[in-house]
Design a protein around this ligand. Structure first.
Ligand SMILES: Cc1cc2nc3c(=O)[nH]c(=O)nc-3n(C[C@H](O)[C@H](O)[C@H](O)COP(=O)(O)OP(=O)(O)OC[C@H]3O[C@@H](n4cnc5c(N)ncnc54)[C@H](O)[C@@H]3O)c2cc1C
Length: 497
């Protein structure tokens, strides 16, 4: 029998590098621990952390007493200092939940009371007219709204990358394209001893399951089938920046049993975002958009802002929520096998809650596994990291200064988003391996032409920097190759690679 490859010994393995796994790794990197973060995707973020509304919820949506209510309000408070330490974009815009008529007004009063009980600050119920003073494009039949000044929106790509980037600077190791296929136990089966993957076995006495929509699958590997994940898709439109100023804050419809309802928002990068829908599906990863889904998102958004110009949409996307059948986040250490921790059912407000979830998990490790690992301070822990300079936001003097040092700063690759060759090169140096990976790091392809101009150049730079043939570069890993062969070349494709 072929021997399984051994991929190393760690103190803690985190399965999944969405915002939750990344925040956990970053928080644990404060301690002198050997941490491995394992994700099956080629580029991060993947899963729900790639495709969501990126709203930092105030924390009024969930009933007091629920773990998600507590962690959302706390996570919201943690994000501002974190955005400074870790250099990711955040827009403090505030949010409105909009009511039309007496029935919905009763609902926002309930949310107001819930928010107060959850310790949310900056809540106020305002009239429809007051809402329209701030948001002149809001629908004339909105009669009242719940204003939450602590609502904000982040750049979800930058935030997730910032957490894992800083964790790795502080000693954690990230393994992408590495899929956990099983768990490993000691001989008696009482303790976890690692994970098996497509690359081989990784050993550790503590394994944290932060695998998003797959958390129930991983949990079953540990013998715990106490919850089930119901993947639930949400579809969105993104509009050109010129439509971004239709609103300045985050507008919500009144929530329903299915979720927080359709929203209209200006993103951290000033585009207009509308969506999401909420439709259960069996597939845990299918992020295709559908005509009925998009129509529903558009009609729902028009109820909030009637003037949305559909012809200014530049793209559509969908994300899959890890809805869980127990009604709350499921974050706990298993009694058996010892060393296994579930961080499951992290649906909305999971992005908001992530930094608080990370602290909660560190407490679990301290309380439950003190005998297995010691949480001693990492003497070289540095809480700060810098994002790649955002050329589009620099002054002409700053741009000229960078271009003097490296001419690649003067070479524009993406015209819509003003991204330079130097930014793409730096994204690759920091770990981007695909066109989508580069896009999430520094935004080429996020603008009006959606990559029509820059994709060939991004492919060329990726190939050059990674020492590969352009034919080997993929859109987002796996079989998503972009090129089938060279034109006007006397060589066959196999001779080129
Ligand atoms: C449509 C939508 C809108 C939302 N809006 C908001 C919002 O406005 N505000 C908010 O706070 N929250 C929001 N959320 C929720 C938020 O996005 C999630 O709670 C959060 O992103 C979950 O992060 P995660 O790290 O748990 O999971 P994910 O981001 O899904 O990450 C899980 C990771 O695990 C990896 N993985 C899975 N299986 C394996 C395996 N076997 N081996 C290795 N790796 C594996 C995946 O590749 C993935 O990278 C929204 C979610 C959706 C879908």
């Amino acid at each position: 029998m072929a021997r399984v490859r051994e991929c190393g010994y760690y103190d803690i393995i985190v399965i999944g590098c969405g915002i939750v796994g990344a925040a956990i790794a970053r928080d644990l990197s404060r301690y002198a621990l050997k941490i491995a973060v394992i994700d099956k995707s080629s580029d991060l973020p993947s899963g729900a952390s790639r495709a969501n509304s990126s709203m930092l919820h105030g924390g009024f949506d969930d009933e007091p007493g629920l773990l998600k209510a507590k962690l959302c309000a706390k996570g919201n408070r943690m994000y501002r200092p974190l955005s400074e330490e870790l250099d990711f974009k955040i827009r403090d815009c505030g949010s409105f939940v909009c009511a039309k008529g007496a029935e919905e007004e009763k609902h926002i009063e309930k949310l107001y009371e819930q928010g107060k009980a959850n310790g949310v600050i900056g809540l106020e119920i305002v009239s429809g007219d007051k809402l329209r003073e701030k948001e002149p494009n809001a629908a004339p039949d909105i009669t009242a709204a719940l204003w939450c000044s602590s609502g904000a929106i982040v750049n979800n790509f930058e935030a997730t990358l910032a957490f894992i980037d800083n964790a790795c600077q502080n000693g954690a190791s990230l393994f992408t394209e590495t899929e956990v296929t099983g768990l490993l136990f000691d001989d008696a089966g009482a303790n976890i001893s690692g994970v098996s993957t497509n690359r081989g076995n990784f050993r550790a006495p503590i394994v944290i399951n932060a695998a998003g929509t797959y958390t129930d699958v991983i949990s079953r590997m540990a013998g715990d089938d106490s919850f089930k994940i119901y993947p639930t898709r949400g579809e969105y439109f993104i509009f050109d920046r010129s439509a971004g100023n239709l609103v300045t804050s985050f507008l919500f419809s009144c929530p329903s049993a299915l979720g927080k309802g359709i929203t209209v928002a200006r993103t951290a990068d000033d585009n207009l975002l509308i969506g999401p829908t909420s439709v259960r599906q069996t597939d845990r990863e299918d992020t295709g958009t559908t005509i009925p889904g998009l129509d529903e998102a558009f009609e729902g958004a028009k109820r909030l802002v009637p003037r949305i110009p559909r012809n200014m949409s530049i793209t559509t996307f969908a994300g899959v929520r890890a809805n869980i059948d127990i009604g709350d986040f499921c974050i706990k250490a298993a009694d058996k096998p010892r060393g296994f921790v579930n961080v499951a059912g992290i649906k909305s407000p999971g992005f908001t809650s992530a930094p608080a979830i990370a602290e909660y998990v560190a407490e679990i490790i301290k309380d439950s596994f003190g005998g297995i690992v010691k949480l001693e301070k990492n003497p070289t822990f540095n809480p700060e990291r810098k994002h790649i300079p955002r050329f589009s936001e620099l002054s002409n003097e700053e741009r000229a200064e960078l271009a003097r040092k490296d001419p690649k700063w003067g070479q524009i690759v993406c015209r819509c988003e003003s991204v330079t060759e130097a930014q793409v090169v730096e994204a690759v140096r920091r770990g981007a391996r695909t066109v989508m990976g580069v896009k999430m790091w520094v935004r080429p392809g996020m603008g009006r032409c959606q990559g029509g101009f820059c994709s060939p150049m991004v492919v060329e730079i990726l190939a050059r920097e990674l020492g590969l043939s352009p034919l080997e570069i993929t859109r987002q890993g796996g079989n998503s190759k972009l090129l089938t062969g060279m034109t006007k070349s006397p060589l066959l494709p196999e001779e080129l690679s």
